[in-house]
Write a protein that binds this ligand. Structure first.
Ligand code: NAP
Length: 154
């Protein structure tokens, strides 16, 4: 699970945790990837996920989680954008160039939950949206995840 500013906007932290719990109970190893500047204030994601009572040992800081993405089956990106943008590694003209990112592009499949293909805070496109192993699920994060949880509970 890769939360970002859109999770805060949608107030989707509780349903993110609900999905995490369902997956964990089904035998999936669930981890939450925390980028230090995800959201709009330091510690934003930690505060929201703590409020939703995500167990502390499921919260993984960027430096610890990044080596694990190549062995990750699915990265579910919930309203994060800039903190996943590979342009930060490669595009010297990008305003994001040089910012450490979460290496979600190295996961086998990436699911982006956001409302549009529009940009985040930095105002730049994210090439990840167009890669073959990326699935875009457009909609408000809380609504999309609530629907998914309802389906999984059936
Ligand atoms: P981001 O790059 O700003 O992207 C957030 C994404 O959330 C947007 O692209 C937006 O896409 C989506 N979104 C908004 N409302 C949503 C909703 N209701 N449901 C689903 N998605 C929604 O966020 P980030 O990846 O967390 O990166 C943080 C950015 O803020 C970085 O550029 C960082 O430098 C900057 N920043 C951080 C801090 C801090 O202290 N954490 C302070 C100032 C600036 P749609 O519009 O398509 O839905």
């Amino acid at each position: 699970m890769v939360p970002g500013y859109g999770m805060a906007v949608a107030q989707a932290q509780h349903v993110v945790k609900e999905l995490g719990d369902i997956l964990q109970k089904s035998g999936v190893d669930v981890k939450y990837a925390i980028h230090p500047v995800a959201g709009r204030m330091p510690g934003h994601m930690n505060v929201l996920l703590a409020e939703a009572q995500v167990p502390y040992d499921q919260l993984w800081e960027m430096d610890k989680i990044n080596p694990l993405f190549p062995e990750t089956d699915v990265a579910i990106v919930v309203g994060a954008n800039d903190v996943t943008n590979p342009a930060a590694r490669t595009n010297t003209s990008s305003p994001l160039y040089g910012m450490p990112i979460l290496d979600v592009d190295k996961a086998k499949t990436v699911v982006f939950i956001k409302r549009t293909a529009g940009p985040g805070f930095a105002g730049v496109d994210n090439e990840l949206f167009y890669l073959p192993n990326t699935m875009m699920v457009f909609g408000d994060a809380k609504k999309v995840l609530s629907e998914l949880v309802a389906l999984l509970r059936k």
